[in-house]
Design a protein around this ligand. Structure first.
Ligand SMILES: C[S@@+](CC[C@H](N)C(=O)[O-])C[C@H]1O[C@@H](n2cnc3c(N)ncnc32)[C@H](O)[C@@H]1O
Length: 238
């Protein structure tokens, strides 16, 4: 029987092909198998596009279904079947790298798969490779501190009740709102109500050729938003 292969979770950064870490590119170049997250809505996996320059042409590409749903039963079934594919490859002695956008440990399918893989194959060796997050790359692009001195920074997935933002903004001077596409107008209403409409920036598709950002959030009211979009709020100003 072959030795069990190693499982890597590789954060490939926010989008630009020169914003991967050296370690990420080394693993992507040498892995036998590259697992790519793929939602049915995507024409092409975003993580695959970002990493494709570094992938060994001999590597086998395995798609792992990551449906765009919040239905926990569907997600669990898909993650379980993804984890089973990975476990089988590891048992065959393959080096398997699951690539994921941004950082591997932040809002990524990787961490759900990892738990299932570890449960079913505890003896497998695992290494998680961090990546540059979308919001740290946004702050860098705009030459804007994410937090200074004793400022508090909150990272919020804006998919539940945007009204929570009122309480969060009382406690945190700086807030990163991720997954804002579906709740944008409601978020904007709250920022306006709190007089913070000039203290926020919207960023979409950072690192991609069609990257876009604006400080005029009102100008995008009612406009369909990209899934890869976020808002940074800095209550003390930029
Ligand atoms: C599932 S989370 C993935 C987060 C990722 N692991 C990270 O570290 O940034 C997806 C959300 O990340 C944000 N995001 C990821 N890449 C982005 C990019 N290139 N530009 C703007 N926002 C991005 C968006 O808010 C998007 O809805």
């Amino acid at each position: 029987m072959p030795n069990i292969g190693k499982f890597y979770g590789v954060g490939v950064g926010p989008g630009a092909e020169d914003l991967l870490t050296v370690r990420a590119t080394e693993i992507i170049k040498t892995a036998d198998i590259i697992c790519i997250p793929r939602s049915s809505a995507e024409k092409e996996s975003v993580a695959f596009k970002v990493a494709s320059k570094y992938i060994n042409p001999q590597a086998e590409i395995v798609e792992i279904s990551t449906p765009m749903t919040r239905d926990q039963a569907i997600l669990n079934t898909e993650w379980q079947s993804g984890a089973e594919k990975i476990v089988k490859l590891l048992k065959d002695g393959k080096t398997v790298a699951f690539i994921t956008i941004g950082d591997s440990m932040l809002f990524s399918t990787y961490t759900y798969l990892l738990k299932k893989v570890q449960r079913s194959l505890p003896e497998a060796s695992v290494e998680s490779i961090p990546g540059i997050t979308s919001f740290s790359a946004t702050a860098a692009l705009l030459n804007m501190a994410l937090a200074e001195g004793n400022e508090k920074l909150a990272i919020i997935p804006a998919i539940d009740d945007p009204a929570d933002l009122r309480t969060i903004l009382k406690q945190f001077s700086n807030v990163v709102l991720m997954k804002v596409a579906g709740k944008y107008d409601e978020i904007l209403d709250i920022l306006n109500e709190l007089g913070l409409e000039d203290k926020a920036v919207y960023m979409s598709k950072l690192g991609y050729p069609d990257q876009f950002f604006t400080y005029d959030l009102e100008s995008l009211r009612g406009v369909k938003k990209e899934y890869l979009s976020l808002i940074l709020v800095k209550q003390e100003g930029f």
